[in-house]
Design a protein around this ligand. Structure first.
Ligand SMILES: *Cc1c(COP(=O)(O)O)cnc(C)c1O
Length: 473
């Protein structure tokens, strides 16, 4: 058949739109988007025909339908949706870091309509945005004042720019880290207009190095938590109290970027992480941390410290550009209340996960195993596994727990099926095994997880290789 005939029999958009296999797609995605996918696929058919391929009407329609299904699945994979985190990484940056407390979610919901963001309802007068949040953070950390911005990167920028634009900021070479997502400290310094004075060596920096580096043009000394990187062995650096004493003597403000926002001693969980109240008590002029790491709240950059400096931050016009919305304020307020009430292990999901005992986790793993159906091609065992805090906090942390290890048939396919189903399940793959760490799974998710596992195992027996290329991208 000549190619002109194939070209004439290419499917019309309306014809493809009515295809029974696309029924579910047309109810979920906007028509305009589906039409664009159809046009793109029909164009691909046309190009193939012009290149000499023999595509009759049926083959072309099948191809277009298949492509639209594929595009819609990739699109669905991009759509933000809930995920069951069975990776055992408590603060998973790709999964939105800290899950919020129910109280925080409730308060965000309450604030989603009109809310008194800048008004005291009793007096009817305007008050400062986030005034109560700052008051709670003040009480919680022992600081004189507080401010909330978009994230800790914003906090670092704002602080450096306010204290040290056009001036030098002293930082230990061992702390000039890249935190992830392209957040490299030296670049943040230059973006803020501050000049970096690197001191010491990668592994050892002494108080004397700081002393020697201070000049008339020093704007600040900053200490930065190494985030997801750690050093051991032949390592020295002065602690924050020594830096504070030096700063006082030489009249230079000391900034402590503690990063993770740890509010309480974590030694009961076998973890060591500097806390915000300790940094404040040691006398840091400003202490910075993320809202969505160990604090267990929404994405935010929280700055606490001396009123003189917090006031200077508020006067910086950049503050207006970096401020947070009413939803974030509501969630930070609720999370701070929980910390104040001392009910973190009942209310903050992160603390709850850290608190789970190995016995409880072994029981949950066994419950899960007993609830799922396992085709003969697979072996499912309850195994010990090691969770980590992740998200650039408590580097090197290892929290022992339990989970399930699945071995057997088409393990990669099992992981894909878990990830692509509803709700999505994220697991680890280790040595040809799927590993589900149960520490990051709530007890009320076990039933649905068992269902998802059963169908993923059955599905990967039925379809040993993924029918849709590109799905694992
Ligand atoms: C995580 C982290 C940051 C960045 O925080 P974001 O809230 O993600 O912007 C900055 N500094 C330290 C030490 C961190 O650990």
């Amino acid at each position: 058949m000549p190619s002109a005939q194939y070209l004439r029999s290419l499917p019309a958009v309306d014809h493809v739109l009515r295809h029974p296999l696309l029924l579910s797609v047309t109810t979920v995605f906007p028509r305009q988007q589906i039409v664009a996918w159809i046009r793109q696929s029909v164009d691909a058919c046309r190009a193939a025909i012009l290149a000499g391929e023999e595509l009759d009407a049926k083959a072309a329609t099948d191809f277009v339908v298949h492509q639209v299904l594929k595009f819609s699945q990739i699109e669905d994979g991009r759509r933000q949706q809930p995920v069951i985190n069975a990776t055992g990484i408590l603060l998973h940056t790709n999964l939105g870091r800290a899950p919020l407390a129910a109280r925080a979610v409730e308060r965000m919901k309450e604030s989603s309509g009109y809310a008194n963001v800048e008004m005291n309802l009793q007096t009817g007068k305007r008050n400062k945005r986030g005034e109560r949040v700052c008051e709670l953070l003040r009480q919680l950390t022992g600081a004189e004042d507080a401010a909330v911005v978009n994230n800790c990167a914003a906090a670092t920028m704002l602080v450096l720019q306010t204290l040290a634009a056009g001036k030098e900021v002293i930082v230990s070479r061992g702390q000039l880290v890249e935190i992830g997502g392209g957040f490299r400290l030296p670049e943040v310094f230059s973006a803020s207009g501050a000049m970096l004075t690197e001191i010491g060596t990668t592994n050892r920096t002494y108080l004397g190095d700081y002393q020697d580096a201070i000049t008339e043009n020093t704007g600040a000394i900053i200490r930065v938590h190494r985030s997801n990187f750690f050093q051991g062995g032949f390592v020295t650096e002065p602690d924050i109290a020594d830096l504070v004493a030096l700063g006082l003597e030489r009249n230079v403000p000391v900034v402590d970027d503690v990063g993770s926002g740890c509010m309480q001693d974590l030694t009961t969980f076998g973890l060591r992480e500097p806390t915000v109240p300790d940094s404040v008590a040691a006398g840091a002029d400003l202490t910075l941390f993320s809202g969505d790491k160990l604090f267990g709240g929404p994405q935010a950059g929280i700055i606490v410290g001396k009123s003189q400096w917090i006031e200077a931050l508020r006067q910086n016009p950049m503050m207006r550009a970096l401020r947070v919305d009413k939803m974030t304020l509501a969630a930070v307020e609720a999370t701070a209340e929980i910390h104040m009430a001392g009910t973190t292990s009942d209310e903050i999901p992160l603390t709850q996960m850290m608190s789970r005992t190995t016995d409880e986790l072994r029981r949950n793993s066994e419950t899960l195993r007993n609830c799922m159906s396992v085709p003969e091609q697979f072996v499912v065992e309850t195994v010990e596994c090691i969770s980590e805090v992740g998200g650039g906090s408590v580097p090197g942390s290892q929290i022992p727990g339990y989970g399930l290890r699945i071995t057997g048939h088409a393990i990669q396919e099992v992981a894909i099926q878990l990830r692509c189903g509803k709700p999505a399940v994220l697991c680890r793959i280790n040595d040809d095994a799927v590993l589900l760490d149960i520490r990051t799974v709530n007890a009320d998710q076990l039933e649905i997880l068992a269902e998802r596992l059963s169908s993923a195992l059955a599905g990967s027996v039925a379809a040993p290789s993924s029918p849709l290329e590109g799905r694992s991208e």
